[in-house]
Ligand binder design. Structure first.
Ligand SMILES: *[C@@H]1O[C@H](CO)[C@@H](O)[C@H](O)[C@H]1NC(C)=O
Ligand SMILES: *[C@@H]1O[C@H](CO)[C@@H](O)[C@H](O)[C@H]1NC(C)=O
Ligand SMILES: *[C@@H]1O[C@H](CO)[C@@H](O)[C@H](O)[C@H]1NC(C)=O
Ligand SMILES: *[C@@H]1O[C@H](CO)[C@@H](O)[C@H](O)[C@H]1NC(C)=O
Length: 441
């Protein structure tokens, strides 16, 4: 018996030694395969420093039509838009509309007001009273306002629909299809409407009635999801309304001053929003918010909570260098508009997102994109951005972002550029846009 034990022990020892030897060998082999990094690094650094002293920047392009991102006064076309007037017994009542100013989804009302007010710059440039000469037809459908009123009246039960199809959608679409022949002429392809909620037209059982129209939506998504709400080449992504700016009507200038507070920002990264209890494997935000609340939140410089009151949030925004915009149920993140309004550089964590007006806005010059697989490295990624680079982004956020925040009245000029491309109307024209001063060079 003893002999057998001894034999077993020694057999194990020998086996152990063999494994140890093999592992050591592997370690040696891998370390031999690693290139000499320090050598390579110095070589690169020398090369770039030589390069940057030897080269000077190219002169600006003089032909402004060739510049990207464009100065939007150099218009692709100036389409004529006809706005259907919907009889008051079909349309949402003024009382209901009034309530919707408190909704997160009132982009549909804000944009409607901007285009239909006779004195607005987009109205003067694009609206026609004569449908015969129109390139585009605007269906003033306020479905999210209808549903907002429905949910308020039903203790915020968002599965309720309050007969939106039979009471609102069908009468409205029938009115347009029966009384005018413009819908039938193109089967609705030159008609457009706004769907400013996460699930686009999926709130409506009769959505097939208007599905040929172009949608202006707040979610842009390149992923190939089974339950896809975004139609890549039929939709235009627009900025969304946000509570602090569009329901509480906070004025950012009161907090950041006229210059956007370039240097007085002592918070590294800010986030206010759901959901501290998300797990890494949850579908909600694909687990991203798990890392935010269970990792980033503990690091110095970060201010991360689920809620804060509006006044406190406005003050924090004015003090923050960066703000997180992680995806939630969908890829869009309303916080990005608050960051733009307050001069905060957004960190976008939403792989596959399509931001509004990507054909006309150089998004990567203003934001920091972090992929889901790098979320745990956000702090290091920010540390690797120089102060100079940060200031460049912040300045562009401040200068360009104001044209993208929905209540500022410029969104239509960008929407129209997308229409020109979709309808393939290329008729360049220099237009005057009131209050627009940004020269992209
Ligand atoms: C890498 O290169 C540096 C500089 O030439 C040298 O000092 C160092 O010994 C090298 N390291 C290895 C592992 O070869
Ligand atoms: C919400 O409304 C749906 C549809 O009417 C109903 O089935 C459900 O019970 C309601 N939920 C609550 C929590 O009241
Ligand atoms: C458009 O087509 C529909 C369906 O064929 C029809 O019911 C409607 O009357 C047509 N509209 C006009 C204005 O002719
Ligand atoms: C997350 O996972 C933990 C442990 O598996 C579980 O106790 C908890 O309920 C989960 N949280 C959520 C929001 O699903």
């Amino acid at each position: 018996m003893d002999k057998f034990k001894l034999f077993t022990i020694s057999a194990f020892c020998i086996l152990g030694l063999i494994i140890l030897y093999q592992q050591l060998n592997q370690v040696q082999q891998t370390s031999i395969n690693i290139p000499n990094e320090s050598e390579e690094l110095t070589e690169h650094t020398e090369l770039t420093s030589v390069a940057s002293t030897a080269l000077s920047p190219l002169p600006p392009i003089l032909d402004k039509w060739r510049v990207w991102p464009p100065d939007i006064r150099y218009a692709i076309c100036r389409p004529k838009i006809y706005i259907y007037e919907i009889p008051s017994d079909i349309q949402i009542s003024d009382h209901k509309k009034q309530r919707c100013t408190g909704s997160n989804y009132n982009a549909e009302l804000i944009l409607f007001d901007q285009l239909s007010s006779p004195n607005s710059s987009p109205h003067k440039l694009y609206v026609t009273e004569n449908p015969e000469e129109a390139d585009l037809f605007y269906i003033p459908f306020f479905g999210s306002c209808y549903l907002f009123n429905c949910w308020i009246n039903n203790e915020w039960n968002q599965t309720k629909r309050c007969q939106v199809d039979s009471v609102y959608l069908e009468p409205l679409m029938n009115y347009i299809i029966q009384n005018f022949d413009y819908w039938n002429k193109t089967n609705g392809m030159d008609h457009f409407m706004i769907h400013p909620m996460d699930r686009s037209d999926n709130y409506y059982e009769k959505k097939e009635m208007f599905q040929n129209a172009i949608y202006l939506t707040i979610v842009g998504d390149k992923r190939n999801l089974e339950y896809q709400t975004f139609r890549r080449y039929n939709n235009i992504v627009i900025p969304s309304a946000t509570p602090i700016l569009n329901a509480h009507n906070v004025n950012p200038l009161k907090y950041v001053g006229e210059n956007g507070n370039p240097f007085g920002r002592d918070i590294k990264g800010l986030f206010r929003g759901c959901c501290a209890n998300v797990n890494a494997t949850d579908a909600y935000s694909d687990g991203i918010r798990h890392v935010i609340f269970n990792g980033l939140k503990r690091l110095p410089g970060w201010d991360i909570e689920e809620n804060s009151d509006i006044e406190e949030y406005a003050k924090l925004l004015a003090r923050s260098k960066y703000g997180l915009t992680p995806s939630g149920w969908t890829l869009d993140t309303t916080r990005i508009w608050e960051y733009f309004a307050f001069g905060v550089v957004p960190i976008v964590i939403a792989d596959g997102i399509i931001e509004p007006f990507e054909d006309d806005i150089d998004w990567d010059s203003m934001i920091v994109r972090v992929r889901r697989s790098d979320v745990h490295r956000i702090n290091e990624i920010l540390d690797s951005i120089s102060e100079e680079e940060y200031q460049k982004k912040r300045e562009r956020v401040w200068l360009i972002g104001k044209y993208l925040v929905i209540n500022n009245g410029y969104a239509w000029h960008f929407i129209v550029r997308s229409f020109c491309r979709m309808l393939n109307i290329i008729k360049q024209e220099l237009i005057d846009i009131e209050g627009y001063t940004y020269d992209s060079i």
